[in-house]
Design a protein around this ligand. Sequence first.
Ligand code: FAD
Length: 410
Amino acid sequence: MRRRKAVAPGTSRQGVLRLPRSSEHFDAVIVGGGPAGSTAGYRLATEGARVLLLDRAVFPRDKPCGGGVTLRGARQLPFSLAPVVDQEVTAMDFRFRFGLAARHEYDQPIVLMTRRSRLDAYLLERAAEVGVEVREGVRVREVVPHPVSPEARGDGFRVRGAVVLGADGANGISAAALGGAPARWDVIAYEGNADRARYRSREFDGSMLFEIGIVPGGYGWIFPKADHANFGVGGWFHEGPQMKAHLTRLCAAHGVSIDDLAGLRGYRIPFRGPESPIAGRRLALIGDAAGLADPLSGDGMFEAFTSARLAAENTLAILGGRARDFSFYRRELRSEIGRHSAASWWAKLVLERWPRLGYGVAASRLGGKLFYQDLRGERTVHLPVTSGLAAVIEGAAQRQLLTGATPSSR
Ligand SMILES: Cc1cc2nc3c(=O)[nH]c(=O)nc-3n(C[C@H](O)[C@H](O)[C@H](O)COP(=O)(O)OP(=O)(O)OC[C@H]3O[C@@H](n4cnc5c(N)ncnc54)[C@H](O)[C@@H]3O)c2cc1C
C-alpha cells in the first residue's frame, strides 16, 4: 500500500489548504470516511459526480473492529482488497463455554482479515484517486435536511449538496437530522491485540475462533492477523461493565493474560429497528449510521458496502433526474439486507435462549456448509418471505429479545 502522509486538519486530499467556505455546493456531500462513506464516494465520483467527503479524523485512523471482511462483503467492492489483507481465513473454530470444540475447514477463503487503520486509509485513498474531494480533521456538527439542497454544518462552514449521505458511524450526528429516531438497539464490543510473541497457540492461524455462551447477547472471538491476534467480546449494551471480566476469561482460556493485550477499547455496534428512519428526501444514512450491522455476528462491513452501493445508485438517479428522492434506496436495502437481517435476529434469539442448541447448529456439518456459502456470498441465508413480512417477523424477534431493554438514544 502506498504510504499516506497525515494531512493537517482542514486540508484537502488534493493538496491545497482549503478550509470549507460558506456557500460551496456539490452533487453529494458525504459525512464520514469509513467503509460506507469512502466506497459511496468512490462509486459516485467514478460516474462523474462532484463529491465532497468530510471526516473528523485524520487518516490513517483506527476504528475498534475485528477487521474481518467477509468474502460476501469484499465482493461488493469494485476493486481488490489484496494490498491490505493480513490473512485469508479458511477455517472456523466454534467453542462452547471454553469446553466443547468443533472446526470447519474449507478449500477457499471465507473472510479476509484486515486492520482497520490500513483498510480505511486504503479505501479513502481509492476514493480520492477517482476525484472525491476528501477533507480530513473536519467535524460536522449538524446536517440540515432540505427538499433539494441539504446542508452539512460545522464550526465556521456550511456545505450544500444535491444529496447528503450520512456515513458517520455509530456515534454520528447525521441520523438526528431524520428526526424521531425510534428504537435503535446497540451491543457493545470490547477488544485488544495480543502480539504473536504473547500468543502461544498458533493453531488458529488461518481460522476464526468463536466462543459461544460466554457473553449475554453475544460471543467471544479470536481473529488472526499478520503479527498479532485480535481478542474480543461483544454483548448487550447493559453488559458494558462486565466486558473486561468477559475478555479476561476469554484470554485466560486461550493462554493469554489480558494485561498482554494492547489497545484495549470498547465501541458500540448499532442495530436498527424495522421502523428506524433511514432516508429522507435528499438525505440517506448508510452503514453504522443507519444501524445496519448484522444482529447475529455484529459484522457491519458487508452492510456498509451494500448500503453505500445502493445509496450511490439512488444518488446518481436523483442527479440524473430519474428519481426525486431515496425511495429506491429504502426499497432495495430492504430487499437485499432485510430478509437476511430477519433470519439473523431469529438465530440470535435461539443463541440467546438455547446457547447449546445454537452451538450444536454452528458445529454441525450443515451449519458449516451454511456459514461457508453465506460468508462467501454464494447463498445468502434469509427468510423465504417478502421483505415486508420479513420486517414484521424481525420486529417479533426483537420484541422477544429486547423486552425490558431500553433503546439507545442517538
Ligand atoms: C469491536 C468491534 C468489532 C467489529 N468487528 C467487525 C468485523 O470483524 N467485521 C465486520 O464486518 N464488522 C465488524 N464490526 C462492525 C464494523 O466496525 C462497522 O460496522 C463498520 O465500521 C461500519 O462502517 P461505517 O463506515 O458505517 O462507520 P465507521 O467505520 O464508524 O466510520 C465512520 C466515520 O465517520 C467519521 N465521523 C463520525 N462522526 C463524524 C462527524 N460528526 N463529522 C465528520 N466525520 C465523522 C468517523 O471519524 C469515521 O471515520 C465491529 C465493530 C466493533 C465495535
